[in-house]
Design a protein around this ligand. Structure first.
Ligand code: 5AD
Ligand code: SF4
Length: 453
């Protein structure tokens, strides 16, 4: 019987996308998905380590797998993937002898070969594949996508990976390596495949997606704006989004795309991290708060209904109360539809981790609570302001209650919609009237039934 695998992913959408790629590679090699990690012959841990003490979690999970195996008198194959694999490398098998393979995000295409070597015991110890050389993981065999009722209405598509920005708090440039952009023709081919399988919305992914500069079929380097325009011309594509971007890389043509490309949704996640110039400089963000606010103005001039989201870090080393107040002031000026905020956590190997002026945990916690309360208030106000509006909703999941579907508004709000029984299964775009709002979502009715009511 074929071997079975289970992949446990945590963290960002990029990791989820990568887990899908690993699954495809393994299935092309004859593996099948196990019901549970318990039952799997091969367990892959795919952790994220951008903010959390992920390495420690991985070691404790590895210890748990080992104890289980010992108790049951068996030996599962175990691999550690993702950014933790990249960052810890050789250290993992030293601390966890049950690990057969440590595989960084750039080496996933080598999974079957590395696993087979190990199984045949041609290699004395575990394999550690954390080189950055290959980007071939994108050119792998693909398994058929679910169609019809099971189709994915909203699909992710990685177009860019890695980052050269070296923000002083961030591990990504070390774990995901230098910026790499997939050739435009490859992205377009993957997009066509997703659309053929029923996708209506594509979200282009990259750690620094607006730094995209992939080779175009015309021999020129394409910008993200150019790629978006080409994708917008594909039949069947209703919606486009991209994430995550850096303020420095928002070019004039990208701003114009927000004005001119009807498929590009009026919602942008644009991390700013802090509203204090001193902190921004210490973070090596290379722009000021004023420059970011100017950018927001330009984007809103291009697309007046643009809803904004961002990422914030509180308690960066040396952050004073005045610095934190500047962050609150920036949030008040912009007015976010939603935003993510985090307590600074020192990542080993990053320049900020060397600093000795850490902000006490209690102060970080206090600042985080204050910032989150403000963001929450803005999010709630944003949701409340949408009540009464008629919007196109991409309904692509069953709701919790019978007769309910879940979807997203153009502004990324989660929306629960009561639908009459006749709505066919599978993803669909429908006009919806928003009838009520909550903290993290809104509720609506199909616009036709709202008109009749
Ligand atoms: N501490 C806290 N937050 C971090 N982020 C990245 N690195 C750290 C860190 N060391 C946050 C940033 C980034 C988001 C993906 O994670 O806000 O935009
Ligand atoms: Fe990390 Fe984003 Fe800065 Fe790159 S731009 S170093 S991914 S925070």
């Amino acid at each position: 019987m074929s071997k079975s695998y289970a992949i446990t992913s945590y963290g960002c959408q990029m990791n989820v996308y990568d887990a899908e790629r690993m699954a495809e590679i393994l299935e092309a090699d004859g593996y099948r998905a196990a019901e549970t990690a318990e039952a799997a012959d091969l367990v892959i841990l795919n952790p994220c380590h951008i903010r959390e003490k992920a390495a420690e979690k991985v070691y404790s999970e590895l210890g748990r797998l080992r104890a289980q195996d010992r108790a049951q008198g068996r030996r599962r194959q175990v691999a550690v993937a993702g950014c933790v694999a990249q960052a810890e490398g050789e250290e993992i098998p030293r601390r966890a002898p049950n690990v057969d393979l440590v595989i960084g995000p750039q080496a996933y295409h080598r999974l079957p070969a590395l696993l087979a070597d190990g199984a045949a015991a041609q290699r004395p110890g575990p394999a550690v594949a954390t080189d950055f050389a290959a980007v071939a993981k994108f050119d792998l065999p693909r398994r058929p996508l679910p169609q019809g009722a099971g189709a994915t209405g909203s699909a992710f598509l990685t177009v860019q990976e890695g980052c050269d920005k070296f923000c002083s708090f961030c591990v990504v440039p070390y774990t995901r390596g230098a910026e790499y952009s997939r050739p435009a023709s490859q992205v377009l081919a993957e997009a066509r495949r997703l659309l053929d399988a029923g996708a209506l919305e594509l979200t282009l992914l990259g750690q620094n997606v607006n730094a995209y500069h992939g080779a175009g079929p015309d021999g020129q380097d394409w910008s993200l704006a150019r790629l978006l325009a080409a994708l917008g011309a594909l039949p069947g594509l209703k919606r486009l989004r991209y994430t995550t971007s850096h303020p420095l890389e928002v070019t004039g043509d990208l701003i114009a795309a927000h004005r001119d490309l009807p498929q590009l949704m009026p919602y942008l996640h644009q991390p700013v991290q802090s509203g204090s110039d001193t902190v921004l400089q210490a973070m090596n963000r290379r722009h000021t708060a004023a420059a970011y606010l100017q950018l927001v103005d330009r984007l809103r001039a291009a697309r007046p209904d643009l809803a904004l989201s961002s990422d914030f870090i509180v308690g960066f080393p040396g952050e004073t109360d005045a610095d934190f107040q500047a962050t609150l002031a920036l949030v008040r000026v912009v007015g976010y539809a939603q935003a993510y905020s985090f307590k600074y956590s020192a990542r080993p190997g990053t320049p900020a981790a060397e600093r000795e002026d850490a902000v006490p945990e209690a102060v970080k916690a206090e600042r985080l609570a204050e910032l989150q309360a403000l963001i929450q208030e803005q999010q709630q106000a944003f949701n409340a302001a949408s009540v009464g509006r008629r919007v196109e909703v991409l309904l692509d999941r069953p709701g919790r209650r019978p007769g309910q579907r879940l979807g997203r508004t153009p502004h990324m709000q989660a929306v629960h919609v009561d639908v009459p029984g006749e709505l066919p299964p599978g993803p669909a775009m429908r006009p919806v009237r928003i009838v009520s709002s909550f903290r993290n979502s809104v509720a609506g009715v199909l616009a036709a039934s709202a008109a009749a009511a």
